[in-house]
Design a protein around this ligand. Structure first.
Ligand code: FPP
Length: 243
């Protein structure tokens, strides 16, 4: 089976899952964190090289203060409790996003987890946290423009590779597969540039109900997709086109 080198997941539906159970939204986030743990381990054991999880978007700051604080608290708790396990499983942890907005204790936990796992060579686990793709692209453009203004670069030097390497995701390869749970079919400001040739897998399953067998289904669906990157792939296709 062809495995994606990089899976990116939009873990959606925690709130609706909790509402269906007549529980507060926070209950959904707690279950969602447990599911994230299981899926991280499953990806690591299957030999996936890169996994990006959309843990908190730049737009999520506009949620009610109590929910934002709760999400920050569970992120910190996740890092405090899991870092040792990440090291054991040889998983390297890092974050992309605007960390200037994150509370100091969460920021510290992120740095600690990053340092503790820096030498790990297995799964590259990235949390997109306080992340927005337009903001990421804007920062990259600004940085390149500053280099042009300083005379270090000419506008002609700017190419796709330079933009890719100026994004916060570098050097993680672009995602081969983007999964979104809960029936929504949109990117919501996630990896816009990097998703140019990604395969998408949408499932109705709410994130707290997502299991390893759902991951298996997504991987099987990916393995039979034909990725042509805008080209034609086989002689069959060429013949069809010429007829
Ligand atoms: C979307 O559900 C989920 C989030 C905004 C947060 C995702 C966070 C987690 C799964 C927990 C933290 C993860 C880790 C790994 C520590 P929603 O609240 O938008 O659900 P809804 O669309 O049903 O309202």
């Amino acid at each position: 089976m062809t495995l994606p080198k990089h899976i990116a997941i939009i873990m959606d539906g925690n709130g609706r899952w909790a509402q269906l159970k007549r529980k507060p939204r926070t209950f959904g986030h707690i279950k969602g964190t447990r599911v994230a743990k299981k899926i991280i381990t499953a990806c690591s054991r299957r030999g996936i090289k890169n996994l990006t999880l959309y843990a908190f978007s730049s737009e999520n700051w506009f949620r009610p203060q109590a929910e934002v604080s709760f999400l920050m608290k569970i992120l910190r708790r996740y890092l405090d409790r899991e870092t040792e396990n990440l090291v054991k499983e040889n998983i390297r942890f890092s974050v992309i996003g605007d960390l200037s907005r994150v509370p100091a204790d969460v920021y510290k936990a992120i740095l600690q987890a990053g340092e503790a796992t820096a030498q790990c060579t297995g799964l590259n686990l990235v949390f997109a946290l306080s992340y927005g793709s337009r903001q990421e692209i804007t920062l990259a453009v600004r940085e390149i423009a500053e280099r042009v203004a300083a005379g270090e670069l000419s506008p002609d030097d700017i190419d796709e590779a330079m933009i890719s390497t100026s994004l916060s995701t570098y050097p993680t390869p672009d995602p081969d597969l983007i999964v979104r749970t809960s029936g929504e079919q949109r990117l919501s400001n996630f990896l816009l540039w990097q998703a140019a040739y990604s395969e998408f897998y949408f499932t109705e399953v709410l994130w707290p109900n997502f299991t390893e067998s759902h991951l298996e289904e997504a991987l099987s669906a990916f393995s039979v997709r034909q990725r042509r990157y805008g080209k034609v792939s086989t002689n069959d296709n060429l013949e069809k086109l010429s007829n």
